[in-house]
Design a protein around this ligand. Structure first.
Ligand SMILES: C[S@@+](CC[C@H](N)C(=O)[O-])C[C@H]1O[C@@H](n2cnc3c(N)ncnc32)[C@H](O)[C@@H]1O
Length: 208
């Protein structure tokens, strides 16, 4: 750990939960599908799977996954984001915690799928990315999947430039014992190609 604040907290001051939720509510009202990530994950899962939404924010995805029949736990370090999740789905499991120390939260480390969507990886504190990837990998059962979505250029990030390259990310995954299974450019499954600006990656923790 570096002791630095995560990039999301630097951007928002840790106060943006309501505004973030409002933005997605407006998108939904104007006819946008705001459940692409949950739909994508469900296609990879058996019914009633165990899912960890790492950096769950306001619970947008975790709540949809629960509606689709999965057992979804959300973890986030920003109390303003989690407050929205708790209000919208009080009976779901929401944990305030730092992904660099996921192993201290008392979770069973046997998730079928761990999700880090909405640019969680590029928004981590600088230097903590390999630790977090290791923690996310360790939370998977053998055969379990790590699903991530991250911007690769300024047009797909709330940052002036990408802090993390896909090559670096794949290297951290390999170090954590994960293998790349699929990669797309969107949550709808459009093919990934160099320069497309966004990557949805599915890494697998190999079964022994
Ligand atoms: C852009 S939001 C995405 C929220 C949600 N995944 C979504 O797609 O709607 C990024 C989230 O990552 C969380 N985050 C960043 N670093 C974190 C860390 N070290 N531990 C837990 N959450 C973290 C932030 O608090 C924030 O809620």
């Amino acid at each position: 750990m570096t002791g630095q604040r995560d990039r999301w907290a630097e951007l928002t001051g840790g106060q943006s939960g309501e505004e973030y939720a409002r933005r997605f509510a407006q998108l939904a009202e104007s006819g946008h599908d705001i459940h692409g990530e949950a739909t994508f994950c469900t296609a990879l899962l058996k019914p009633a799977a165990r899912v960890l939404d790492a950096g769950c924010g306001t619970g947008r995805i975790a709540i949809r996954l629960a509606e689709l029949g999965h057992h979804c736990t959300g973890v986030d370090v920003d109390p303003s984001m989690l407050a929205v999740a708790r209000r919208n789905a009080p009976t779901q499991e929401w944990l305030l915690g730092d992904l660099t120390r996921l192993d201290t939260l008392g979770l069973e480390q046997d998730f079928d799928l761990v999700l880090a969507a909405g640019n969680v990886i590029p928004l981590l504190a600088p230097g903590t990315e390999p630790v977090v990837v290791r923690q996310l990998a360790a939370a998977l059962r053998p055969g379990g999947l790590l699903v991530t979505g991250m911007g690769l250029d300024a047009a797909h990030l709330p940052l002036p430039e990408p802090p993390v390259t896909l090559t670096e990310f794949d290297h951290w995954c390999t170090q954590a014992g994960l293998t790349l299974r699929q990669r797309y450019a969107t949550w709808s499954g459009d093919p990934y190609h160099e320069g497309c600006g966004y990557a949805v990656s599915v890494h697998c923790r190999p079964a022994p």
